[in-house]
Design a protein around this ligand. Structure first.
Ligand code: ADP
Ligand code: MG
Length: 484
C-alpha cells in the first residue's frame, strides 16, 4: 500500500542508490561525467508492487541506460531495494505546445534480477556470489554471446582514427574460421570506441555464422570467474568452458597485469584456441609494448596477430558521429550547435555523446531552448569540471620538478637539451590543459613567441611517436596532471 512513509522511503532509497553509483563510477573525469550525464537527471517517481519507476529525459536515455548501465543499475537497486525489485522507466518525451502538459511514455525495464546475470555466469543476486560460473547444465548448443545489438558496424562511423582497426575487424568477421589476424588486439584510450568495435565484430560473426559460439567477456569478469573456480577447485571446468568458445572477445587485458593465476589460465586458453584456429579478439588501453605486469610469453603471443590503434577522431568524424546520434534520437538541432560541440569536445567520443545528452536533458528537463547558448553552457561546465585549476604556473612547476631543473631555467637562452626539452614539454601541456592562446603560452613560458610554441607542440608530438622513453615521460606527466 502506498503511504507517505512508503513514498519517502523509495525516494530516499533512490538517493542512496545515486550515492553508491556515483561512488562506483569514480572521481576521474569519465566517472564524474558519466554520473552527471546519466544518473543525476533521473528522478524516482513511483514505487508500487516492488516496481520502481524512474523518470528519464528521453527515449535515447532509456535505451542508453538499458544498454550500458543496466548491470550497474541492477546491482545497486538490488542492494538497496532488495533482490526482487523491478524497474520501469517513464520517458519524458515532450511538452505539448498548446496545453503545456508533459507527454510521457513508459517502458518496462528488463527485470534487474534477470538482467543481472551475465550468462554464462550464474549470478546469485541475493548473496552477490557467483554460482557455477561456467557450466551450462546439459547445454551443448550455442551460448549467449553477451553482445549488445546497438554496437553494430552500421553505426560505427568510419574515420582516419579507426580505419585500420575497423577494416581489420571486418576482415576478422568475414574470415572468422581462418583469420590471419589472430589475435586481433584493438587498443586506445578510454572512450574511443574499443568496446563498440569489438562488439560489432562479434555481432557480425553471429550474423554470418549463427552457430558459432561467440563470447564477449571483460577482464574483470574473466578474473572473477577464474578466482571462483580456483576457490572451488574447479579449474578444469573453467578451462573446459572457455576451450569450447569459437570466438573469444576479452576486453581490457591490461587488467591481467600482475595477476599470475588468471594470466596462466588465460595463456592456456589462448594457446588452445589459437592452435585450433579459433579467433581471439582483445582490447587494451595501451599497445603490447607498454603493457606492464604481463608475462613475456603472453605479450609475445599478442604479437602473433595484429594490433590496431583507435585514435582521436578529427573534426569531420566527430561531426558525423554527432549527426548519427542526433538522427537516431530523432531530434532537430541547428548545425551551428552541432559544430560547436564537435569543435570543443575533441578527445573522447564518449564525452561527445555525453555533452549531446546533457544538452538534450537540459532542454527537456529544465525546458531550456536547445540553442547555441545552452550548448556553450554545457560545454563550459564540462570543461571546467574536468580541467580545474591547471595553471601555467602549475604546469611549469610540475614539468621542472619532473626533469629536475629550476623553473627559472626555462627562461634561459641556453641550448642545453634538458632545458629546451622541458620548455617544449611545458608549452605542449599548456596548450592541452589551459585555454591560453599560443602567444600567451609563449610569453609565460620562457618569453617566446607563438611560432615557438607551435613548433614545440609539433616536436613533442613527433618525439612521442619516435622515442619510447620520451613517450613515457609524457605519460608520467600526464598522470600527474590528471590527478589534479
Ligand atoms: P572504449 O571502449 O574505447 O572506452 P566505447 O566503445 O565504449 O569506448 O565508446 C564510447 C562511446 O562512443 C560509445 O557509445 C560508442 O558507441 C561511441 N563511439 C565510439 N566510436 C564511435 C564511432 N566511430 N562511431 C560511432 N560511435 C562511436
Ligand atoms: Mg570499453
Amino acid at each position: 500500500m502506498e503511504t507517505v512513509e512508503n513514498t519517502k522511503n523509495y525516494k530516499e532509497k533512490w538517493a542512496e542508490c545515486l550515492t553508491i553509483i556515483k561512488d562506483i563510477l569514480g572521481v576521474d573525469q569519465t566517472g564524474v561525467q558519466s554520473f552527471r550525464t546519466w544518473f543525476e537527471p533521473i528522478k524516482a517517481v513511483d514505487w508500487k508492487d516492488s516496481t520502481l519507476t524512474i523518470q528519464v529525459p528521453s527515449e535515447f536515455y532509456y535505451e542508453f541506460l538499458e544498454e550500458n548501465y543496466i548491470e550497474l543499475l541492477s546491482r545497486v537497486l538490488q542492494k538497496v531495494f532488495g533482490p526482487n525489485i523491478n524497474l520501469k522507466y517513464s520517458v519524458w518525451v515532450k511538452t505539448d505546445q498548446n496545453t503545456g502538459k508533459t507527454i510521457t511514455t513508459t517502458h518496462t525495464g528488463k527485470n534487474p534480477a534477470s538482467k543481472n546475470v551475465p550468462q554464462p555466469t550464474n549470478y546469485h543476486p541475493a548473496s552477490n556470489v557467483i554460482k557455477d560460473p561456467f557450466i551450462l547444465p546439459g547445454v551443448k548448443g550455442v551460448i549467449d554471446s553477451q553482445l549488445n545489438p546497438y554496437y553494430s558496424f552500421a553505426n560505427f562511423i568510419e574515420g582516419d582514427c579507426n580505419k585500420l582497426a575497423r577494416s581489420a575487424g571486418i576482415a576478422v568477421a568475414k574470415n572468422a574460421v581462418k583469420s590471419t589476424y589472430n589475435p586481433l588486439l584493438i587498443y586506445g584510450k578510454s572512450g574511443l570506441g574499443k568496446t563498440h568495435l569489438v562488439q560489432a565484430i562479434g555481432m557480425e560473426i553471429k550474423d554470418l555464422f549463427p552457430k558459432k559460439n561467440v563470447l564477449y567477456v571483460d577482464a574483470d569478469t574473466f578474473e572473477r570467474q577464474y578466482a571462483q573456480a580456483a576457490l572451488d577447485n574447479d579449474r578444469n571446468n573453467f578451462l573446459h568452458f572457455y576451450q569450447n568458445i569459437d570466438v573469444l572477445i576479452i576486453e581490457d587485458v591490461q587488467l591481467f597485469a600482475k595477476k599470475e593465476g588468471t594470466q596462466n589460465a588465460f595463456f592456456q586458453i589462448f594457446n588452445y584456441l589459437h592452435q585450433k584456429g579459433r579467433q581471439i579478439i582483445l582490447t587494451s588501453d595501451c599497445p603490447p609494448v607498454e603493457m606492464q605486469g604481463l608475462s613475456e610469453r603472453l605479450l609475445s603471443r599478442f604479437k602473433w596477430g595484429l594490433s590496431a590503434e583507435l585514435t582521436v577522431p578529427n573534426f569531420e568524424t566527430r561531426l558525423e558521429i554527432l549527426k548519427q546520434k542526433i538522427q537516431k534520437e530523432g531530434i532537430d538541432i541547428d548545425e551551428d550547435v552541432v559544430e560547436y560541440i564537435a569543435n570543443h569536445i575533441s578527445s573522447n567520443v564518449r564525452e561527445l555523446e555525453g555533452v549531446l545528452i546533457s544538452i538534450l536533458a537540459q532542454a527537456t528537463i529544465n525546458k531550456k531552448q536547445l540553442n547555441l547558448e545552452l550548448a556553450k553552457d554545457v560545454v563550459e561546465k564540462l570543461v571546467k569540471s574536468t580541467q580545474q585549476d591547471i595553471s601555467i604556473d602549475f604546469i611549469k612547476k610540475t614539468v621542472c620538478d619532473y626533469f629536475n631543473i629550476a623553473p627559472d631555467q626555462l627562461k634561459s637562452k641556453t641550448r642545453k637539451r634538458e632545458i629546451v626539452q622541458s620548455r617544449q614539454v611545458a608549452m605542449y601541456f599548456a596548450k592541452i590543459y589551459t585555454k591560453n592562446s599560443l602567444a600567451s603560452i609563449g610569453s609565460q613560458i620562457g618569453g617566446k613567441d607563438h611560432a615557438t610554441v607551435l613548433h614545440a607542440c609539433k616536436t613533442v608530438n613527433n618525439l612521442m611517436e619516435t622515442d619510447k622513453r620520451f613517450k613515457r615521460y609524457i605519460a608520467d606527466l600526464e598522470k600527474r596532471f590528471k590527478l589534479q
